[in-house]
Design a protein around this ligand. Structure first.
Ligand code: SF4
Length: 346
């Protein structure tokens, strides 16, 4: 039976974002000193956020509206409470699916290195299951894109009747209908980025040194007692963090796992758990890489965040930040917007 290890008090989960320490003032009177403004200007958004890596979901959120993603990080208190409740509901549906396939073993992490050791142990447990043709859930993926470490978790990997390795991403929806093209575009980018990271991992593109350096982890750090015990239970002897990193990278590189053949997003109605349909995503490597490069340019401070284009201004109507959004205000006042408005009205 498959087991999945979960950190007892996982603080750093995808989709459960904590307030960003790079919080910036919203428009209007604010008590920010010139010194603070200057310091913020000198730091890139990635440095200011104090994140050592980005989640795939950060970049996917930029597909919908980059400015909104920035507000969500800097001012989560202005977000809609209804969205938080929907996120919780979505998480419980994911958990129920996960428990269909394996039991969860809570592990106490005593350091940052332990948190990553738990992810690596899960990888070590899932590689042989995949090699044996089984389905696995919550597969961790990571890699370096444009010099930035990016991390994600694949909902499900399994094989089709034709023997293709298929990624299945579960999305839960409040409405009992398939999503808009704009939502599908965001989800398509997310699963394409997962494939990009997974394929690079099984090709051995990322080395243990690069992994440790990007995450600023201590290779000599002794593993906590519960992590050591679980490693032993899984048949691995590891005392220091580096032991486990080397084991994980060796196993990945020599696993002979194929690249992902098929990308699929499955939509489920939150209230009834009924399937609403699936979207098969065509993978275009160059497009995904170019989009990733563009989104990461914001994090690296190479350009300002961007809101939605006039054609997608309908997104602003449902946005919790529309009252404070600088981008929307600037667009409403721009001559182009006024001309377009006038033309539309005839
Ligand atoms: Fe983006 Fe519009 Fe929301 Fe501003 S109001 S954050 S442009 S969706």
């Amino acid at each position: 039976e498959l087991l999945a290890l979960v950190e007892d008090q996982e603080e750093d989960q995808e989709d459960s974002e904590k307030p960003d320490r790079s919080r910036r003032p919203l428009p209007g009177p604010g008590g920010v000193t010139q010194e603070v403004v200057e310091r913020k200007r000198a730091e890139t958004p990635l440095e200011a956020s104090r994140l050592r890596y980005l989640w795939v979901t950060h970049l996917a959120a930029q597909v919908w509206c980059e400015q909104k993603m920035v507000y969500q990080r800097e001012h989560p208190e202005l977000g809609s409470p209804e969205n938080a409740a929907l996120l919780d509901l979505g998480k419980s549906i994911h958990l129920a699916r996960e428990l269909e396939d394996h039991d969860l073993v809570p592990i106490c992490a005593t350091s940052q290195e332990d948190s990553w050791a738990i992810k690596l142990l899960n990888l070590l447990l899932m590689i042989p299951a995949l090699q044996a043709g089984q389905r696995v859930r919550e597969f961790p993926v990571f890699g370096v894109l444009e010099g930035v470490f990016v991390v994600g978790v694949i909902d499900q990997l399994g094989y089709t009747p034709k023997g293709e390795l298929q990624l299945n991403e579960l999305k839960t929806r409040k409405e009992a209908s398939m999503p808009s093209q704009a939502q599908k575009k965001k989800d398509g980018f997310q699963v394409s980025l997962y494939k990009c990271l997974f394929d690079a991992m099984v090709r051995g593109c990322l080395g243990p040194e690069s992994f440790i350096r990007h995450l600023q982890l201590r290779p000599e750090q002794p593993l906590g007692p519960q992590v050591r015990e679980q490693a032993l239970h899984a048949g691995f002897t590891a005392c220091r963090f580096q032991d486990l990193v080397e084991l994980a990278f060796l196993n990945l590189t020599f696993s002979d796992l194929p690249p992902i053949d098929r990308l699929q997003v499955e939509y489920v109605h939150q209230e009834t758990n009924a399937s609403l349909g699936t979207q098969v995503v065509a993978y275009e490597e160059e497009t995904v890489k170019a989009e990733g490069r563009y989104f990461l340019a914001y994090w690296k401070g190479q350009r300002d965040p961007k809101g939605v284009e006039v054609e997608e201004a309908w997104k602003c109507r449902h946005c919790a930040y529309s009252e404070v959004c600088r981008w929307r205000m600037a667009r409403a006042g721009s001559p182009t917007a006024r001309i377009r408005q006038k033309t539309t009205r005839g």
